[in-house]
Design a protein around this ligand. Structure first.
Ligand code: HEC
Ligand code: HEC
Length: 260
């Protein structure tokens, strides 16, 4: 556990230290001064990391609180709205793609998103208010809860143009030298299953949701990506590129989050 934790975290530190994009991948430079700061952060957020990248089961009380928040039964009413109303009973969304899948997202990533919604770095009419009404501990708890939840991926997936799928697969695997788009697999993992704790999975996520997020980054609305990695990429993508890569990833299997 320890070495994997450190490895993924060093990647995170480099992100923060304005390293060029390719340097993030598999970076191992443990001499960066920021590693010390990172280790103390790990201590604080042990539980979130446990729900993300280690075999140590997260704290039962925290998980139970997370479950209550998700179901809308937290003692102080949580956000006032059960997450399952929109994100589905098991965090699998409702098939429409209006609401992202939360099941199996890295705990640290979801926790950061809730903080970003609350602070306005990721403004959203619905989620900003919900996140603001959650306490610190509830954000941590519900993020931890969804990290360990598994849920099947909604099917059927619908017909998609084969040419579009091929282009999407190419962007994912090698990017586009011509347009200056890096391969998504560099950070999101060879199968798109993510790179915890900071990089979410794309495999099995809703295409409408993903394409919309890329557009929000391009438009400068979602402004919460470390080092502007995603906005720099989205800027170079056309609407068709976004649709292609999103439809592609929607159809990639993600056994880690489905338990299948
Ligand atoms: C009324 C519907 C609604 C409810 C209730 C709701 N959400 Fe959301 N959630 C959304 C929508 C819509 C988005 C996508 C917003 C965007 O574009 O950023 C979202 C996005 C998210 C994301 C970002 C996921 C990602 O992949 O980046 C997280 C995390 C999240 N919600 C957690 C929660 C939690 C935890 C609760 C309960 C406390 C909750 N949501 C309740 C509608 C809802
Ligand atoms: C240099 C690393 C890197 C590369 C390359 C990269 N991403 Fe990302 N991506 C990230 C990080 C980090 C995040 C999380 C940002 C945050 O904290 O909100 C992210 C988040 C996302 C999200 C939001 C997911 C969600 O649940 O809200 C989408 C969609 C996405 N990336 C698509 C892509 C696509 C498509 C490509 C390839 C064209 C790509 N990414 C390439 C690092 C990368």
């Amino acid at each position: 556990m320890k070495s994997r934790t450190l490895k993924t975290c060093v990647g995170l530190v480099l992100l923060a230290a304005l390293a060029p994009i390719p340097a993030m991948v598999g970076a191992q430079d443990t001499s960066t001064p920021a590693v010390g700061a990172l280790e103390s952060r790990l201590d604080d957020e042990r539980t979130l990391f446990a729900a993300t990248i280690s075999d140590t089961p997260p704290d039962d009380d925290l998980l139970e609180l997370g479950r209550l928040v998700a179901m809308g039964g937290a003692e102080n009413v949580g956000s006032g709205m059960a997450c399952i109303t929109c994100h589905g009973g098991q965090g699998a969304g409702d098939g429409s793609g209006a609401f992202p899948r939360l099941a199996g997202l890295p705990g640290w990533y979801s926790y950061k998103q809730l903080n970003d919604y609350a602070s306005g770095d990721r403004p959203n009419e619905v989620m900003t208010g919900i996140a603001q009404r959650l306490t610190e501990r509830e954000r941590e708890a519900v993020a931890t809860y969804y990290a360990v939840v598994q849920a099947p991926i909604h099917r059927p997936l619908g017909e998609v143009d084969q040419g579009l799928m091929q282009w999407g697969g190419q962007l994912a695997a090698v990017g586009s030298a011509e347009k200056g788009i890096p391969a998504c697999v560099n950070c999101h993992g060879p199968q798109g299953t993510g790179n915890p704790p900071s990089v979410p999975y794309l495999a099995g996520q809703y295409a409408n949701y993903m394409a919309y997020q890329l557009q929000l980054w391009k438009d400068g609305v979602r402004d919460n990506d470390p080092m502007d990695v995603m906005s720099a990429i989205a800027e170079k993508m056309s609407a068709e590129d976004m649709r292609a890569v999103s439809e592609y990833y929607r159809r990639v299997e993600n056994p880690e989050t489905t338990g299948e």
